[in-house]
Design a protein around this ligand. Structure first.
Ligand code: ZN
Length: 174
């Protein structure tokens, strides 16, 4: 089965604000499964629905998994909201939708997250460090925000230029 392609900067669909999910149905469950497949295949530690072209408030996160080690154990979160955040830290982030780049971003160090699971049950999670960063990064996607929006305009513009040249080259090669 073909994996869903991940949209990449500067695709405008990554800039849309996603809609809350009114009720989890089979289509949502299938989308969540597809997103996990993409996340583990890439591999990544998180993915938001808009990255695969679905403007819905759904994220999958697995900060424990490594290619060699642990069994996949994804957190699948519907309508996630950060209700409290504390402290700050700097974290070097990358994104499957922002190819060939990483940059240091300031984030909250600890967050309290509320969401629903695929059975419609309320979920509350206290997270810190990498997992807290990952939640903030993925929820940003639901609001059309990319992590490069949190870095300096100079660095962002430089990346955008580089990416433009890269895409032009790819077009020429086709
Ligand atoms: Zn991302």
């Amino acid at each position: 089965m073909a994996l869903r392609p991940v949209l990449q900067f500067p695709d405008k669909r990554l800039r849309e604000v996603s809609q809350p999910i009114a009720a989890v149905d089979d289509a949502i469950r299938e989308l969540a499964r597809d997103m996990c497949d993409v996340m583990y295949d890439e591999p990544g530690i998180g993915l938001a629905a808009p990255q695969v072209g679905e403007q819905m408030r759904l994220i999958v996160v697995d900060t424990e998994w490594t290619e060699e080690g642990a069994e996949p154990n994804p957190l699948i979160l519907v309508n996630p909201v950060i209700t409290e955040s504390n402290g700050t830290l700097q974290w070097t982030e990358g994104c499957l939708s922002v190819p060939d780049f990483e940059a240091e971003v300031e984030r909250a160090e600890r967050v309290h997250l509320e969401a629903e699971d695929l059975d419609g049950n309320a979920v509350e999670i206290e997270a810190e460090g990498l997992q807290a960063v990952c939640f903030q990064h993925e929820i940003d996607h639901l609001d059309g925000i990319l992590y490069i929006d949190h870095i300096s305009r100079l660095k962002r513009n430089r990346y955008a230029e580089k990416r433009k040249k890269q895409l032009r080259r790819e077009l020429e090669e086709d």
